[in-house]
Design a binder for this molecule. Structure first.
Ligand code: MSP
Length: 507
């Protein structure tokens, strides 16, 4: 088992401010990082995010804003940094592709691959999608439209440099399929995406990747070390962030990083639209550079608005800050991870948030916290009885709750580990909450009190508190503020009831 954990998000284009699609990946990565820190210790987890700042798209946005590209990216990057701060994203590092540490590593990586003979000069002629910064082989194009964004493609003919993807095609297929290693099934996730990539690789001949742009057409990029007339194609530049942020090549061209060592579990979270770049280009780049592969490349789905992908360029993007101001940070985090299984697409609407808020947060969690603390106040003046619930024998419902508390960690582990099923993990936490709420209704503590069943009442209240303690610990990666508030209200022995955590929203 790995004892270190390295998790990354895509680096975001800074042509406009972030929307909820971007925040989705960062929230998911944040939950995993927080979760692993609890298990492996803070110093054994590294969480990297950042921004992708070169390329045509950004140059265009800068000129529209009447700024130099440098001024422009320096400005927009702040909206990403601010948003991550507001969302309590706990990344350890933020890489920008315009930083010196990145530029140097990209140039070094290019030089290594070039000297190895895996990069050669040739003529590129064909279709190019500027918004996606992607060349499309004719075999994949119909009606001159980009297969991804369906916008018109440009036709281009120019001298460029190519990376020998084709040389590594058979290796990559064998690597993905390697049955001698059961962990390899996790290399591309979910399974449907793995099949998609394998299907593509087995049915198409990979064309070599054009990894340069002539400087006269695009000046905003990293110069190739072996041709001053060219800059690096944004994807070759961007993917390198996963190594440039955390290590260096030495004089013998060997890469060193504490986060790409053998004992590290390396996970890349990406959206499904950039799976091909991560599951085909990136593994081959690493292979050519003599660097180990990541353990998992997990592609999540899209947030849609009325069946259409939310995106900056479509102008239907929802602003995360407005939602957070309206509902609160934790509600926003909870909604995104609970409402849709990670990997599938989801339809975004405020009505769906309000529904989750009222049902799961106000009725279930908020209510349990409030009623429990009210009882501790009422029956024990806020001072918890000193009782170990695991030594008490309860009725069937009480024992059931005890068992759920004891098995919760294991259940969350099996939902998150490998599968990254955040929604299932939350469901397991909510099972404890629902059972405990039901237990209050069944037990009718007011009767226990009236009938002076002192011992039963103590056992009952302490079980509620224990369930809440467990719930708050388990919730910390998902809803850090809420977990903290619950823990604070529970105290160690002296409780401090606050106002309801999630006052119902009237519709
Ligand atoms: N810069 C590249 C990534 C380079 S990583 C080496 C890029 N940037 S992006 O800003 O366009 O998108 C970043 C991520 O946001 C992608 O994973 C993409 O899938 C995700 N999302 C963009 N819109 C989305 C939704 N509507 N829903 C969910 N995620 C989406 O691609």
């Amino acid at each position: 088992m790995s004892n270190k954990f390295f998790i990354t998000t895509p680096i975001y284009y800074v042509n406009a401010a972030p929307h909820i699609g971007h925040s989705y990946t960062n929230i998911a990565a944040d939950v995993l990082a927080r979760y692993e820190r609890k298990i492996l210790g803070t110093k054994n987890v590294w969480f990297l995010t950042g921004t992708d700042e070169h390329g045509q798209k950004i140059l265009k946005a800068a000129s529209e804003a009447k700024l130099s590209p440098h001024e422009f990216v320096d400005r927009v990057v702040l909206s990403f940094k601010d948003l991550w701060k507001k969302l309590e994203i706990s990344h350890n590092d933020f890489i920008r592709t315009t930083e010196e540490r990145h530029i140097q590593t990209v140039q070094k990586a290019l030089q290594i691959v070039y000297e190895k003979g895996d990069i050669y000069e040739g003529v590129y002629e064909g279709a190019y999608c500027t918004p996606c910064e992607t060349f499309w082989p004719q075999t994949q194009v119909t009606e001159n439209l980009c297969p991804d964004c369906l916008r018109p493609l440009e036709n281009i003919r120019e001298t460029n440099f190519f990376f020998k993807l084709s040389k590594y095609q058979d290796w990559l297929i064998a690597y993905i399929k390697d049955a001698s290693n059961p962990e390899r099934l996790n290399f591309i996730q979910p399974a449907s995406r793995r099949n998609e990539v394998l299907g593509f690789l087995e049915n198409n001949k990979l064309e070599d990747l054009c990894i340069s742009r002539p400087e006269e057409r695009l000046s905003w990029g990293i110069p190739l070390p072996f041709s001053k007339k060219h800059v690096t194609y944004v994807w070759f530049d961007a993917l390198i962030n996963y190594i440039s942020a955390v290590g260096q090549f030495d004089a013998q061209n060997i890469y060193h990083s504490p986060w790409w060592d053998k004992d590290v579990k390396v996970i890349h979270l990406v959206g499904k639209d950039i799976l091909r770049h991560h599951a085909i280009y990136w593994p081959i780049m690493l292979k050519a550079l003599g660097i180990r592969q990541p353990d998992t490349i997990f592609a999540h789905g899209w947030w849609m608005i009325n069946e259409d992908k939310m995106s900056k360029s479509k102008g239907n993007a929802v602003n995360p800050v407005e939602l957070m101001n309206k509902f609160g940070i934790d509600v926003y985090r909870y909604f995104l991870l609970k409402d849709v299984t990670f990997g599938a697409d989801g339809n975004f609407s405020e009505t769906a948030i309000v529904k989750r808020f009222n049902n799961d947060l106000a009725n279930d969690l908020g209510n349990l916290v409030y009623r429990t603390l009210t009882m501790v106040e009422k029956y024990y003046q806020g001072l918890l009885p000193d009782l170990d619930v695991f030594k008490v024998i309860y009725d069937a419902s009480g024992e059931n709750i005890k068992n759920k508390i004891l098995s919760l960690d294991e259940q969350i582990h099996s939902a998150l580990e490998g599968k990254l099923d955040f929604s299932l993990a939350l469901e397991k936490i909510w099972e404890v909450i629902s059972l405990t709420n039901k237990y209050v209704e069944e037990t009718k503590p007011w009767n226990l009190s009236k009938e002076h069943k002192e011992k039963e009442l103590q056992g009952f209240i302490c079980l509620l508190v224990e369930a809440l303690r467990k719930v708050s610990l388990a919730l910390e990666p998902f809803m850090p503020q809420t977990a903290f508030k619950i823990m604070e209200q529970l105290g160690t022995r002296e409780t401090k009831k606050g106002s309801p955590l999630f006052p119902r929203i009237e519709t």
